[in-house]
Design a protein around this ligand. Structure first.
Ligand SMILES: [Zn+2]
Length: 255
């Protein structure tokens, strides 16, 4: 099995930073058939809305993973858009210089917020993929900073030239699939809560096999569980191969 995982946090809540821990993760990933991992950073470290220095530290740690294992990790740059255009521009410039291939947004702000404009402009200029956290929420008071599937769809419609990944198929659910359906520049990753029977098949039916990407959200979900969401589905082998590897390879332009 050859897998590209588009959603991992090798460093999570300050854990997993040592060279030994990272080496062990790479060895375990390879043993499970995972040939590449997209490292998104320790995105909830410190708070949900970090200072510029904290954002820089999170991305420095991702850069270190790439230096240790350049053939394994793909870097995405974590951003706090609420810091403003200059701070975003500085961090994106550093990321581009380091060979990062995408931008990661979490819960500093809702994806519909005006502060996303310079983020998306930078993504378009540099050809970076944007991975936006999303979840089908019932806590409506958190909507100011929490992004629901419809918010990601709004973002995708506002910036049709940017390729966007909506995180957490199992979490966004049927609602998320329907929100993403009409946006050709929107992909969905398979991470999220516990696996749900039929959801993977539903996503492929509505979005097509090309817009679903395997993601684990490691260490939030362990790798065998995350892989089995796909391999335990009723999807045929060719479709599973697209989800597990081929779609990510094409989207991230990996060799
Ligand atoms: Zn995540």
């Amino acid at each position: 099995m050859c897998i590209i995982d588009v959603h991992t946090h090798p460093v999570c809540f300050r854990e997993g930073r040592s060279r030994a821990a990272v080496d062990a993760l790479v060895a375990r990933g390879r043993a499970l058939g995972i040939e590449r991992m997209v490292a998104l950073g320790d995105v909830l470290a410190f708070s949900r809305s970090q200072t510029a220095a904290q954002v820089a530290l999170i991305n420095d740690e991702t850069a270190l993973l790439l230096r240790w294992h350049p053939d394994y990790f793909v870097g995405f740059c974590y951003l706090n858009p609420t810091l403003g255009e200059r701070a975003v521009g500085r961090e994106v410039a550093r990321a581009v210089g380091r060979g990062f291939r995408g931008l990661k947004l979490e819960i500093a702000n809702n994806a519909r917020a005006a502060c996303m404009r310079p983020v998306m402009a930078a993504a378009e200029v540099h050809g970076l993929v944007v991975l936006q956290h999303a979840w089908s929420m019932t806590k409506i008071k958190q909507r100011a900073f929490h992004t629901d599937p419809e918010d990601v769809a709004t973002l995708a419609r506002r910036f049709p030239n940017v390729r966007i990944i909506m995180a957490h198929l199992t979490g966004c659910g049927v609602r998320g699939v329907l929100a993403a359906k009409s946006c050709e520049n929107l992909w969905v990753d398979t991470s999220g809560a516990a696996p749900e029977t039929g959801l993977m098949e539903y996503a492929v039916e509505k979005l097509g096999a090309g817009r679903v990407l395997y993601g684990s959200d490691l260490p939030v979900r362990d790798l065998p569980v995350a892989i089995a969401r796909v391999t335990g589905s009723a999807l045929d082998a060719a479709t599973q191969r697209k989800i597990l590897r081929d779609n990510a390879r094409a989207l991230l332009q990996l060799p």
